[in-house]
Design a protein around this ligand. Structure first.
Ligand code: ATP
Length: 232
């Protein structure tokens, strides 16, 4: 019939709705000194758990809360770029490397919010070890005006021994993944991820003592570390 011919040429209502929905973006900041499979698995599971189109890994230039990274920003960014090139849906965002002074996440979040527009759901992801110190971050009370917070579990780091009023009030803002997708900012979500007790500290120590880091970092990163004789 004519009706069915029209139907077959018209996009379905579902795909029309999908097109209309603002694309969600997740940011995942870190020192990445170096990037390891704990980070990459976290980024991938984040993308799956949130159903976002894009997870951007954001290396910091000068971490406000710790000593200077061992490797230069340029080298950490190069390792990151090599690592994410192997995984669909992951990308790098190198904007913090262009800013002088301490890399404050609030500046990044405000900039990205301006770029994606007011309606797009924006998520800032961090591991549990970062979240328990989050209330002491620079202008921490402003983040939820611009973004959601997504906390990924990490072996060895629990909430219970760190609970204080600031963390509790953040936990009162918990939302489901569906709720996060349907509003631009303001929620907190804790995601249970595959436990991988891997840290960049452990990898730097292994390299300093000449131990192998195979299967702890992607092979492209391992080769880069070898070629550039990093972390000796
Ligand atoms: P370091 O050992 O040098 O402190 P790190 O391995 O913790 O480094 P960062 O670059 O400091 O790596 O971490 C960036 C983000 O990734 C942080 O929010 C941290 O909580 C999270 N993260 C890192 N490794 C893991 C892991 N194995 N599981 C869950 N989250 C992780």
């Amino acid at each position: 019939t004519e009706d069915s011919m029209v139907g077959s040429n018209t996009p379905s209502l579902d795909s029309a709705l999908m097109d209309a929905k603002p694309l969600a973006v997740a940011l995942f900041g870190g020192t990445f000194d170096p990037i390891h499979v704990g980070h990459l698995r976290m980024a991938l599971e984040l993308r799956q758990a949130l159903g976002v189109n894009e997870v951007r890994l954001v290396p910091c230039h000068q971490p406000p809360h710790r000593g200077l990274p061992l490797r230069t920003s340029q080298q950490r960014a190069e390792m990151l770029t090599l690592a994410v090139s192997e995984c669909d849906g992951l990308s790098t965002d190198l904007r913090e490397l262009d800013r002088d002074g301490p890399s404050y996440s609030i500046d990044t979040v405000i900039e990205v919010r301006q770029e994606v527009g007011a309606a797009t759901p924006l998520m800032l992801a961090m591991g549990m070890d970062s979240f328990i110190h989050f209330p002491s971050w620079y202008r921490s009370e402003e983040f939820l005006q611009y973004t959601h917070l997504v906390v990924m579990t990490r072996p060895g780091y629990g909430l219970t021994s760190h609970l204080n009023t600031d963390l509790s009030s953040l936990l009162n803002k918990q939302m489901t993944q569906q709720e996060m997708q349907s509003c631009p900012c303001g929620g907190v979500l804790i995601v249970q991820q595959t436990p991988l007790p891997i840290s960049a500290t452990q990898i730097r120590e292994a390299l300093q003592t000449g131990s192998s880091v195979q299967y702890l970092v992607p092979d492209v990163v391992r080769q880069y570390i070898q070629q550039n004789q990093l972390y000796r």
